[in-house]
Design a protein around this ligand. Structure first.
Ligand SMILES: Nc1ncnc2c1ncn2[C@@H]1O[C@H](COP(=O)(O)OP(=O)(O)OP(=O)(O)O)[C@@H](O)[C@H]1O
Length: 242
């Protein structure tokens, strides 16, 4: 078992607001890790520190055997780190296929037939192939989320960061999205998934961490973590001895 990602004593503050406080954990290659925590706990900031759009005040990020702390976002993307955003950000005036092609050419650096082949493979995996010629702006919320996954996968990532991708979906749509994410994970991509829709998260991840005020306050098997005093007290806002 090798570690694909390691955060070492990572800290970041915006003035008085601490978004990362000595964050320290690793991700095994091929693992799916879930992240939960209250609003404003610093979860998205953690993704910004991993993707390199934000620099830490101290600590380091290691990916695929290299210290990448000094690397920018573009370099990290080329190394194999991709993310989906909380609010899907497709090019609405382009078709689904064209959106995928932008990612395959810009992020994966492919061209011509190779880029097209990758797009078709990913669209099949994300179940968007039947919508390939539809404008992104006309997609349902579920399909916009699938397009967000498609764009991230067309960068050919080793590590996929999912930021609250299940929010706003109906139960049935959520189940369909979970099936797609399980499929992506089964193909070998390592995943870190931040999610408030906990039952969706638990259907995919093998380990869970809890972040509060930028600190990792619990970590372990999902069921143990969900039943822990820290989660009851801080995440669910229930007194531990209630
Ligand atoms: N660039 C910034 N400048 C100043 N404050 C920031 C900046 N980015 C984030 N913050 C603040 O840091 C805190 C953590 O934000 P972050 O988005 O990381 O939390 P989160 O856990 O992802 O929250 P949510 O679950 O609501 O998405 C918030 O109080 C936010 O307002």
């Amino acid at each position: 078992m090798t570690t694909i990602l390691r955060l070492e004593k990572l800290s970041k503050a915006y003035g008085a607001v601490t978004v990362a406080d000595d964050l320290d954990y690793g991700l095994v290659r091929g693992e799916a890790l879930g992240v939960i925590g209250p609003n404003g706990a610093g979860k998205t900031s953690m993704f910004n520190l991993i993707t390199g759009t934000v620099a830490p005040d101290s600590g380091s990020v290691h990916f695929d055997g290299r210290n990448i702390t000094g690397q920018g976002a573009a370099a990290r993307s080329r190394m194999g780190i991709a993310r989906s955003f909380q609010v899907p950000q497709p090019f609405s005036g382009l078709t689904v296929f064209e959106n995928a092609m932008v990612a395959a050419t810009q992020a994966a650096g492919l061209s011509g037939g190779k880029a097209e082949q990758l797009c078709l493979k990913v669209l099949d995996q994300t179940e968007l192939l039947p919508r390939a010629n539809q404008f992104a702006g006309s997609l349902t919320l579920l399909d916009r989320k699938r397009l967000e996954l498609t764009r991230a996968l067309c960068a050919r990532p080793k590590l996929l960061l999912l930021d609250e991708i299940a929010g706003g979906l109906t139960e049935g749509e959520c189940a369909a999205l979970v099936a797609t994410i399980r499929n992506i994970h089964a193909s070998g991509v390592s995943i870190i998934w931040i999610e408030h829709v906990v039952h969706a998260l638990l259907a995919v991840v093998g380990r869970l961490i809890v972040i509060d005020f930028g600190r990792k306050i619990a970590e372990g098997a999902p069921r143990d973590v969900m039943e822990s005093r820290e989660v009851r007290e801080i995440y669910l806002g229930i007194e531990a001895d209630a």
